[in-house]
Design a protein around this ligand. Structure first.
Ligand code: MGD
Ligand code: MGD
Ligand code: SF4
Ligand code: MO
Length: 889
């Protein structure tokens, strides 16, 4: 444990950007919310609260690997530099590419962009932010002339109406959601509207939920704009002085959504809901509209973003406290990546390819005559170019495209066809590392120093507090080393991240006479100690605003040529593909509460894996019978592109006709569970962002001859089965298994896998269709296996509790193979509160028996909901159910 503790740093997960304080306690790391950080003021969600449990180092990539062999850094770096050099010499700079990530630190990102655009001379650097923020970036740029998020988190608390569109913030931006919930509790007159086809936990605080037809948002906002005009609720003075494009935009709105009934019909909503939303928006001046992937990830995502911004501009509700359009960023440094120009469509420091002087300005600053002056390939185009052999070398850093890109199955062929695939990652086993010719071990959170920028433009430090394991190195170092070996030594001669940050800050002010919003020139002269102690600050940070800037555009001046903001006429479009007889359901994909993306960090933490341990497909109860399915069945989901397997979960919150699947599972955790395999590579024509939320699919019951589950102390190399999911549990691992063939010889397999030792309790029925076994070793449960046809298998929760204990209580031994407690003994049910390990059954019982009517009342009896608070919406839903007799289970 290092002497650097305690340390203040920033959470590596979502774009809320919470400050955390890491200290040492009893030889272990302790992570808590930083009470001094303005983003979270001490709060953390379930993922942030479990960060200490991710510092175990398991599964880490510890040394470079070149063509499958362990190597030293020199050999690996030379292989990368020589490979890129050789391909550039033979085919030109457009034949190589970087594909990077909003999870890199700003300093890493700055160097990757500088190397590719500044010195290799191609703009073929794109990032997973293409899949995430690029529609919002393009919408901002069209409206404001720059990629600017105008407001700050405080605005969400100050607003009288918060509209949440295409965002499940309760799960995806939990601490921001908690801030909003607290503000609403303090000011009950505040109104919250959620616009989302499905009823999500975010709806727990909503006064109005609009479960609109998937993809129909632009009609809703166009309808609202037209309504505002009819109601005389536009700010004509503001429009006159600060906005252009007014007439055409209003005309497009009128044509597409001329009335409330028409809007309601287009959006598949009851008229009274649309009318109520329009009334709320008209009545409240202080409105913040939060939007995220339900808007961005669409083949018309840019237009939808502009339809939202249009309403704010037309009412002058921007740039002042408590109002504005607010694009929520996903990754911890999605915003920082945009600052350094990490997208193929931008240049560094918010310069653009449309500015004819930008490339030469960058050339002057960097001392290079090769700066890219034409757009590079956007993510989906980039991988297409690799498939066609136009791009022959790619360096992937901090992202897992084999899982997260659309048409994901095809990516295996694409990467196989590529001459040189370099991957920098901190983990050995991801679906992408499997394709690397050169694998470079990256340092990760806790081991590296730098900065990140959150959704409200706040730059915060990530600080190292432990040494990287093995030979892992920070990404900036790896990039600089490759650059030097490619012949750019003097431009990449950095001593550390502070020096890179100063250069980045200097560039933001370089020849910037107020024409570029991103300006942190006041930070250009920080010395190393200032950088070490840099306090969270919102850009711009310059001579006019040395303490940072919470809000932009208060003066009604924008960064367009005319200084006016632009309204953008929007003609709504449906998703690219619609359902038909073959594919009658619409697949929606997104996040769950306790997992982060492809699970490389969160997947190994038991208390984060208990909430939703398996890939699932959520479906409305009214839809299942049609497909011959019931709750708990295994299903095969098929689209025209690919297929996946998942457990069926009934959910009355689903819009009939659509299903929801989480994005998180991939090879290391589950067989055939990547939802990306089903999604077609259809993108927005402007932003290039894929349409991840609307894919026509069909659902089939997975025919199995047997199903089962296994609890073990270690991960095991199990026999191949059709369905296999691994989840971290207290004290070991849980596997869910199923297959269509004859069952393996489990009694034998189990002994091979866990060893013969110990006491074996076994039960096998005559036909071999059922087998149950438990191995007790040194007084502790070593393994438990249950195999059967499916439905007769017990719920896993009680056994999980028994497995978690260090010693097996003697009276439980007799119950083991029954898999459930003796009558009258507690069975807590699946975990809802991850902090205090409180299960669903316990909560339901307590709510009924003690007549608990608030989340706080539940907290005072069970502690549930009193930790990080991420489960509070779910507890509220249970309370609501208990008080609505028809819904009681
Ligand atoms: N727990 C957790 N949190 C995360 C992440 C994570 O992996 N795990 N990832 C982070 C990242 S990178 C991102 S980008 C953010 C994403 O944050 P969010 O965008 O909030 O999350 P998603 O679950 O992708 O999708 C948001 C919602 O869009 C809805 N939606 C689908 N189609 C439509 C539509 O046509 N119209 C409307 N209005 N809504 C629609 C979905 O039903 C879903 O509830 O989360 C960040 N936070
Ligand atoms: N179907 C569907 N697909 C989606 C989405 C969706 O909603 N639906 N959402 C999209 C969105 S918004 C996003 S942001 C993407 C996310 O998708 P990805 O970016 O592919 O997912 P991650 O698992 O976050 O990948 C990060 C990788 O970086 C590694 N890593 C962690 N720290 C470091 C580090 O410091 N340095 C380096 N070099 N590596 C590191 C991790 O081990 C991991 O392998 O998925 C997109 N794909
Ligand atoms: S809300 Fe949770 S995941 Fe997001 S930054 Fe804060 S603690 Fe991390
Ligand atoms: Mo994202």
């Amino acid at each position: 444990m290092s002497g650097r503790l305690p340390v203040r740093t920033t959470c590596p997960y979502c774009g809320v950007g919470c400050g955390v304080r890491v200290s040492a306690e009893g030889g272990r790391y302790r992570v808590e919310g930083d009470t001094a950080h303005p983003a979270n003021r001490g709060r953390l969600c379930s993922k942030g609260a479990a960060l200490a449990e991710t510092l175990h180092g398991e599964g880490r990539l510890l040394h470079p690997i070149v063509h499958g062999r362990q190597s030293g850094w020199d050999e690996a770096l030379d292989t990368v530099a020589d490979g890129f050099r050789r391909i550039i010499d033979a085919h030109g700079p457009e034949a190589v590419a970087f594909y990077v990530s909003g999870q890199l630190l700003t300093e890493d990102y700055y160097l990757a962009n500088k190397l590719m655009k500044g010195f290799i001379g191609s703009a073929n650097i794109d990032t997973n932010s293409r899949l995430c923020m690029s529609s919002a970036v393009a919408a901002h740029t069209r409206a404001f002339g720059t990629d600017t998020v105008p407001g700050c988190y405080e605005d969400i608390e100050l607003a009288d109406l918060v509209v949440i569109v295409g965002a499940n913030s309760a799960w995806a931006h939990p601490v921001l959601f908690q801030r909003l919930s607290a503000a609403k509790q303090a000011r009950p007159q505040m109104r919250v509207v959620v616009v989302d086809p499905r009823r999500t936990p975010t709806c727990e605080i909503a006064d109005l939920h609009l479960p609109l037809r998937p993809g129909s948002d632009a009609w809703l906002f166009n309808g609202l704009l037209h309504h505002l005009r009819r109601e005389d609720a536009l700010d004509l003075d503001y429009l006159e002085r600060h906005v252009e494009g007014f007439a055409a935009t209003l005309e497009a709105a009128r044509q597409s959504a001329p009335s409330i009934p028409d809007t309601a019909a287009r959006c598949g909503l009851p008229e009274h809901q649309v009318a109520e939303f329009f009334r709320l928006f008209t009545r409240h001046e202080r409105v913040v509209t939060l939007f995220s992937q339900g808007i961005n990830q669409s083949s018309s995502g840019v237009d939808k973003g502009n339809a939202i911004i249009n309403m704010h501009l037309a009412t002058g509700r921007i740039g002042r406290p408590g109002m504005g359009p607010f694009s929520l960023t996903g990754q911890p440094n999605a915003m920082g990546g945009r600052e350094v120009g990490g997208l193929a469509t931008q240049l560094a420091a918010h310069m653009g390819f449309d500015d004819p002087g930008a490339a030469t300005r960058l050339g002057r600053f960097w001392g290079s005559d090769r700066v890219a002056s034409k757009l590079g390939l956007k993510a989906v185009e980039l991988f297409e170019a690799m498939a066609e052999g136009r791009v022959k070398a790619v360096w992937i850093m901090g992202t897992n495209p084999m899982v997260s890109l659309p048409d994901a199955d095809r990516m295996a062929d694409v990467l196989r066809a590529c001459e040189l695939v370099v991957v920098s990652d901190c983990m050995v086993e991801t679906e992408t590392t499997a394709f690397a010719h050169v694998l470079l071990p990256a340092a990760t959170w806790g081991e590296k120093d730098g900065t990140v920028t959150n959704s409200e433009r706040r730059i915060s430090r990530q600080r190292a507090f432990m040494e990287p394991p093995g030979q892992a190195r920070p990404d900036w170092w790896i990039i600089a080393q490759v650059a030097r070996r490619m012949g750019f030594a003097s431009a990449f001669d950095y001593q550390g991240p502070a020096e890179i940050f100063r250069e980045h800050a200097r560039l933001s002010g370089f020849e910037n006479r107020g024409g570029r919003d991103f300006d942190i020139s006041a930070l250009a002269d920080l010395d190393d100690a200032d950088y070490q102690w840099l306090q969270p600050v919102q850009w711009p940070v310059n001579r006019q605003a040395p303490g940072g800037t919470p809000r932009l555009f208060a003066d009604g001046r924008f960064f367009t040529g005319s200084g006016r903001a632009r309204l953008v006429p929007v003609t709504p479009r449906l998703p690219a593909a619609s359902t038909d007889d073959d594919y009658p359901l619409l697949l929606n994909s997104g996040r769950i509460r306790d997992q982060w993306h492809t699970m490389t960090r969160t997947g190994a933490v038991p208390r984060l894996s208990g909430h939703l341990p398996e890939p699932s497909v959520q479906i409305h109860p009214g839809d299942v019978a049609r497909w011959g399915l019931k709750d708990g069945d295994l299903a095969r989901i098929e689209s025209a592109r690919g297929a996946m397997l998942a457990r069926v979960r009934l959910d009355t919150g689903q819009r009939p006709g659509s299903v929801f699947v989480p994005i998180h599972w991939s090879g290391p955790f589950a067989r055939q569970a990547r939802v990306g395999a089903l999604v077609a590579a259809v993108t927005d024509p402007i932003s290039g962002q894929p349409e991840f939320k609307q894919t026509p699919v069909r659902l089939l019951r997975l025919d199995t001859t047997w199903q089962g589950f296994l609890l073990t102390r270690r991960p095991l190399a199990l026999p191949e089965t059709l369905y296999r999911v691994r989840a971290a549990i207290a004290g070991g691992w849980r596997y869910e298994l199923a297959d269509a063939g004859s069952p393996p010889d489990w009694p034998r397999w189990l002994r091979v896998l866990v060893g013969e030792d110990g006491e074996w309790l076994e039960f096998e029925d005559r036909g071999g269709a059922a087998y149950r076994a438990a191995c007790v070793r040194d007084g502790r449960l070593e393994a438990v296996l249950f195999i059967g046809r499916g439905s007769e298998l017990p719920a896993r929760d009680w056994l999980l509790g028994v497995f978690a204990e260090q010693t097996l209580a003697p009276d439980l031994r007799a119950r083991l193979l029954a898999g459930r407690p003796a009558a009258g003994r507690p069975d807590t049910g699946p975990v809802v509160c991850a902090c205090h390990g409180v299960g669903l059954n316990t909560l339901r019982e307590a709510i009924l028996n003690h007549r608990l009517d608030s989340v706080d009342a539940v907290g005072s009896v069970l502690k549930a909901g009193s930790g990080c608070g991420s489960c509070r919406p779910e507890i509220q839903a249970l309370i609501d159910q208990a008080h609505t007799p028809a819904l009681q289970a």
